[in-house]
Design a protein around this ligand. Structure first.
Ligand SMILES: Nc1ncnc2c1ncn2[C@@H]1O[C@H](COP(=O)(O)OP(=O)(O)O)[C@@H](O)[C@H]1O
Ligand SMILES: [Mg+2]
Length: 354
C-alpha cells in the first residue's frame, strides 16, 4: 500500500506561534508511520518558510518544540519559495497553526489555490470562526444562545461617551472586553466600572478594528470536541477550571494552576445539550474536519451560552481536543489518521461536478 504523503505546517505569524510549535511537536510524535510519510515545515514570525529535517533524514521534533528551528541564520527573506515544492509534492497538509494568518482562512486560501487537501475548515468557515462578531451573528441566526454584546469599532473611539452610555444601558457592569479577531485571551479584560472601560477598549482595539463588549458571565467553561465533515459527531464535553479571575493567557500557558476534567462536572442533560449545540454550530458555521466548540454555563443563572469556535484547536499533550477524544477511546494516533482521511474526503466532496 502506498503511504499518504503528509505535510505538517506549524509556527506562523500570530501571537500563538509558540503554542503552535508545541502542538506540532505532539502531532509529529503521534503520526502513524505505517500509513504516512511525513515532512514538516515551519513558518517564522517574519514569514519565512523552513523545512525541518534531522541528521538522519528524520524530523528533529525537539528543535521544533524549543523554537530553535526558527533561528537558522540563512533563511531570512526567503518567504514561501522553498516550501512550494514541498506543498506540491504532498497528498495532504495538516496546518497545526493558530490565529491570524493561520487559522483565519489565509493558509486555507493558499492551500486551496494550490489544490491540496488540508485538515480543518475551508477558507470561508475559517475566516468566519476567527471573527467573533460574525460567528455570533451566524449562531444567533441558527438559534444558538450567545452572550449579549455591544460592538465597538475603532472609529467609535472618538465619541466614546456615546459608546459608554450604550454599554451602561444594554450590558452593565462588570462587562467583558475582547477583540473580535484574536485568541489566547490576548487583549481580553474583565471590566468592573465605567471608569475603566475606555482604557480596556483602547487596548483591545490594538489587536483588531472591532471590539466586543459583552455581558460578564460568571461561568464554568465547558469545551466540546467535534469531528467529521457533513455528519459530524461530538465527544463528551470537558471542563477547564481556571484559578484566576478568568481563563487568561497566563492561566492558559504559564501558571500551570488551571486544570481540566472530562466529563465536565455538570448534569447529564447539560452535557447532552452542549453536544447537540456543538454539532449544530459546526454545521451552521460550515466547519470541516474538526472544531473545539467552547461554552459558558452561568454558575448563578444556569444558562448555557456558546462562546467561540476554534477551527484548529491546540494539540499539545495537555490540550483538551485530543484529550476529549482519548476519553472516547480514540487515540491521538487514530485521531490524526481520521483527520487526514476527512481532509481528503472533504476536498473531493467540494470539487465542482460540472
Ligand atoms: N463574556 C464573558 N464573560 C466572562 N468571561 C469571559 C467572557 N468572554 C470571555 N471570557 C473569558 O476570557 C477567555 C478568553 O475569551 P475567548 O472569547 O475564549 O477568546 P480567545 O479567542 O482569546 O480564547 C474565556 O476563556 C473566558 O475565561
Ligand atoms: Mg477561548
Amino acid at each position: 500500500m502506498n503511504k499518504t504523503k503528509l505535510l505538517v505546517l506549524f509556527g506562523g505569524q500570530s501571537t500563538e506561534h509558540e503554542i503552535s510549535c508545541i502542538s506540532a511537536g505532539a502531532v509529529l510524535r503521534n503520526i502513524d508511520l505505517e500509513l504516512f510519510t511525513v515532512r514538516a515545515c515551519g513558518i517564522t514570525k517574519e514569514g519565512d518558510w523552513i523545512e525541518i529535517e534531522g541528521k538522519d533524514g528524520s524530523i528533529d521534533v525537539d528543535r521544533i518544540v524549543s523554537g530553535e528551528w526558527a533561528k537558522a541564520p540563512d533563511t531570512k527573506g526567503q518567504g514561501i519559495k522553498p516550501a512550494i515544492d514541498l506543498i506540491y509534492g504532498c497528498d495532504a497538509v495538516f496546518p497545526v497553526m493558530h490565529g491570524i494568518m493561520a487559522e483565519d482562512g489565509s493558509i486555507q486560501g493558499l492551500l486551496s489555490v494550490l489544490g491540496k487537501p488540508f485538515v480543518g475548515a475551508g477558507i470561508f468557515s475559517s475566516a468566519l470562526c476567527m471573527d467573533k462578531v460574525y460567528t455570533k451573528a451566524v449562531l444567533r441566526e441558527a438559534g444558538i444562545p450567545v452572550v449579549p454584546e455591544v460592538i465597538v469599532e475603532r472609529d467609535d473611539l472618538d465619541s466614546f461617551d456615546k459608546v459608554a452610555s450604550v454599554v451602561e444601558r444594554e450590558i452593565g457592569f462588570p462587562c467583558f472586553v475582547k477583540p473580535s479577531n484574536s485568541g489566547s485571551s490576548v487583549g481580553a479584560y474583565k471590566v468592573m466600572t465605567g471608569d475603566d472601560l475606555f482604557a480596556k477598549v483602547i487596548d483591545a482595539a490594538k489587536y483588531d478594528r472591532k471590539v466586543l463588549v459583552e455581558k460578564y458571565i460568571p461561568a464554568r467553561e465547558v469545551e466540546c470536541a467535534v469531528l467529521g465533515n457533513r455528519r459530524p459527531v461530538a465527544a463528551t464535553p470537558g471542563e477547564i477550571v481556571s484559578t484566576g479571575e478568568f481563563y487568561d493567557y497566563d492561566d492558559k500557558y504559564i501558571n500551570g494552576t488551571s486544570y481540566t476534567r472530562i466529563p465536565a462536572d455538570i448534569p447529564e442533560e447539560d452535557l447532552k445539550t452542549i453536544k447537540d449545540m456543538a454539532v449544530k454550530a459546526f454545521l451552521a458555521l460550515d466547519c470541516a474536519g474538526l472544531a473545539r466548540v467552547d461554552f459558558f454555563k452561568d454558575k448563578e443563572a444556569g444558562k448555557i451560552y456558546l462562546n467561540e469556535v476554534n477551527t484548529i484547536p491546540g494539540f499539545t499533550s495537555i490540550s483538551m481536543y485530543p484529550k476529549m477524544w482519548e476519553y472516547e477511546g480514540l487515540s491521538q494516533k487514530d485521531l490524526i489518521t481520521k483527520l487526514v482521511e476527512l481532509a481528503i474526503q472533504n476536498a473531493a466532496e467540494n470539487k465542482r461536478t460540472l
